[in-house]
Design a protein around this ligand. Sequence first.
Ligand SMILES: [Fe+2]
Length: 318
Amino acid sequence: MNIENTTGQTLADRLAANTGRFTDKTFDWNAFPSNSGYDELARAQMRYIGAGGSPKVGDTSTLKADHFTVSLIYKEPGRYAACHSHEIEESFLIIDGALIVGWEKDGEVVEVNLGPKDMILNAREIGHGFRVDGVEPVMMSISVDVGKPLPPVYHYHPKEHPTELARNFGAEPGKTIKFDRNGDHPIQKLMSNYVVRHVELPTIWEAAGFTRKVYVGDAPGAIKQDTCRKEMWGLPVGAKLAPFTRNVEDACLCLEGSVEVVWVDDNGKEAAVELGPRDLVKTPAGQAHYLRNPGAGAATVWTVIGSSGEDGAEYAKG
Ligand SMILES: [Fe+2]
């Protein structure tokens, strides 16, 4: 499955080998050994690119990670993830449900409630945890902005701390503060730079006939960051881009509708794959490709790009 640019393979074979199908994959309830034995921490992971924060790096049904990982995480109401930190940025894009994310420093926690299509980029070395207080489970896409992250460092795991303290990410009663973009608290100010609300982001209409909302990158309202770019693309009925090539890999995770990812070889020959919701294609650096929407409804595509800088891609109508 994780073969790329291998000689002797057809373009269609290589595209198929870089496609992650939701229905071919399974959720892994044992992806995080540190949760084992703690029912309140239970969560399931579906790995598309790399292992994310899981040590299960040998999974052959997972695409190889270059600059970022992509996985889905599923969490049921009443459960939480203990406060921990990483050496690298990690984003949570909410797909379904409402997720509370808390950031902790010196026993004080700021909590933000994120809804569908909202995103938080957890800053490097900041203690963060999450919890589902709502009535429906949360499905989210997590990307870690490095191919092989180090194991997380736990700050308030229920192994070492009372359950109530762990559930609140390290905040004693009265030490939890609500997210507020205009708040004065240093964690509120810091978090404000890392939370993206879908409805607050400008919609950029490209002349090529599709929309972009830039979550992480160089655009108004976006989080500025030096690793990967993250964008939500909208493709109306009939949208078709001209082929473009990046000097880094990108990943397209279809969220709504259906979209075709088309690869083009040096002779202009094409291979296409249709993605439905929760299907993904990873296109390696240097591979010419484009998207088109052959369906009767609009398509929404979460796009992750392996560089924060100029990647050589130009978008035109196909
Ligand atoms: Fe994390």
